[in-house]
Design a protein around this ligand. Structure first.
Ligand code: SF4
Length: 460
């Protein structure tokens, strides 16, 4: 069986730790331009209909009741619940416009509500959103789709969870970050363990198939010991997956981050100690490393798919549904349609005005060249399955892989010498000590890095 082990090597992490993309897309959003608009998207939707591929739907609910200072998401901070009405009005019209572009027979294999806080909207609004979606897209009624939602436990009760299950959701990601009261105060996210566990237990009882917990390390007042306390309390209730994110302090880009004192944040050494201990605790508890920041139980579908070589990476992280076109709706959301990416307007007034004018809200995007598509495939395969089969890729894309990527393969030699990966004439295999540095390995295949200045978070 393919190994899913991971080796923590502080020296190598320090050597390779530079800023880089997270590769939820390739090319990354830095390459999107406003030369791409609704007409390009409609043409891509038509091409995608010819493919008959399954669809993935994403809905962005941008509102949050309070702001977590560390947050880099696109959200609207408000206590005014009535603001959801004008937003959902436009979202419903966007669903009608988008739905009209696609062959109604295409199955929705994946669906995701993200934010912001998706459960900021009322129970009635949740029902109406799902009904509207069902009226315009072919939702699967047999629970075989991957229908997931991000939950802030402060904004959900056991009743909310049961309703979501009735609406068709079967996977959930819980935002926790840290249970420590001093950390919670410093990041302005006060969330009791009781709230978190109520939602988690309710999700289990309601039959959610997979429950993920999000944690962040690098926040003020966190230490190795304090973080492990949170982690161990969560391991005790055995969620199916953990996402353990590295906090990136970029206050020039995300102004609320200025409200946290960098002097109170753990040093780079302490952060590495937190990461190392986290890996130890999760591994001892039986979780395997999926990639990037994700860990899963060995029988979780992500871990199973990775062993089978069928894991995929998209805007929501890792997925078992490889071949979907993604229709993203709501302000700021990004669609992946055939060989394009298309992003909606970010500010609500702009988004509303465009939808009110009867037009799709796309304001920028990119059409991938053939080279982009080849590189995207290589990068996503690396990030998901930690290996490349050169002959298979060559057949798939009609290239001689070793020729096409001669520069990249030469650039990997140092990483090979450092034990991050092994290279042979026909394969690249990432080794346990290279897994944490998978972004660095993927970056070698990125044709855009170093061409255009961009701000990325550090790899670790
Ligand atoms: S972390 Fe989640 S709940 Fe907090 S501000 Fe960001 S989107 Fe809102």
């Amino acid at each position: 069986m393919k190994t899913q082990s991971i080796e923590f090597d502080a020296g190598l992490i320090e050597k390779y730790n530079r800023a880089g993309p997270r590769y939820t897309s390739y090319p990354t959003a830095v390459q999107f331009t406003d030369a791409f608009g609704p007409e390009d998207y409609r043409a891509a939707a038509e091409r995608s209909n010819a493919s008959g591929r399954d669809l993935s739907l994403y809905f962005h609910i941008p509102f949050c009741d309070t702001v977590c200072f560390y947050c880099a998401c696109n959200k609207v901070w408000t206590r005014d619940r009535s603001r959801t009405t004008p937003y959902l009005d436009r979202l419903f019209r966007e669903i009608e416009m988008q739905g009209a572009l696609f062959d109604p027979a295409r199955r929705v294999a994946q669906l995701h509500w993200g934010g912001g806080t998706p459960t900021f909207i009322s129970h009635d609004e949740m029902k109406a959103l799902m009904e509207k979606t069902r009226a315009h897209f072919n939702l699967l009624e047999d629970d075989s789709g991957e229908y997931s939602i991000e939950i802030d436990p402060r904004e959900a009760t056991a009743e909310t969870v049961r309703l979501l299950r009735d609406l068709g959701f079967n996977r959930m990601s819980l935002g926790v970050q840290d249970f420590n009261p001093q950390v919670q105060k410093a990041v302005n996210r006060i969330q009791s363990e009781e709230e978190t566990f109520e939602v988690l237990h309710a999700a289990r009882e309601a039959g959610f198939k997979s429950i993920n917990v999000d944690l962040i390390y690098g926040l003020p007042y966190q230490t190795r010991e304090s973080f492990l306390e949170t982690l161990d309390r969560l391991i005790a209730v055995a969620p199916d997956r953990f996402s353990v994110f590295n906090y990136a302090h970029l206050p020039e880009l995300f102004p609320t981050q200025k409200r946290m004192d960098p002097a109170k944040m753990p040093s780079p050494e302490e952060k590495l100690a937190i990461l190392s201990a986290t890996i130890d605790h999760l591994t001892e508890a039986g979780y395997v490393y999926i990639g990037m920041d994700h860990f899963a139980k060995p029988d979780d579908e992500l871990a199973v798919a990775q062993r089978a070589g069928t894991l995929y990476r998209n805007f929501q992280g890792y997925s078992t549904h490889a071949d979907c076109d993604l229709v993203a709706m709501g302000a700021t959301s990004i669609s992946l349609m055939d060989n394009t990416y298309a992003q909606n307007l970010k500010d609500l007034p702009d988004y509303y005005a465009r939808i009110d004018a009867g037009e799709l809200a796309i304001f920028r995007g990119v059409t991938l060249s053939r080279d982009d598509e080849i590189r995207r495939d290589v990068i996503m395969k690396l990030m998901s399955n930690f290996e490349l089969d050169f002959a298979a890729l060559g057949r798939q894309w009609g290239i001689d892989f070793n020729d096409y990527f001669a520069d990249a393969l030469a650039a990997l030699e140092e990483m090979e010498a450092d034990g991050l990966l092994t290279l042979s004439a026909d394969r690249l295999e990432v080794q346990p000590r290279g897994r944490l540095l998978i972004r660095n390995i993927a970056m070698v295949f990125d044709a855009y890095l170093n061409r255009k200045p961009a701000r990325y978070s550090r790899v670790i």
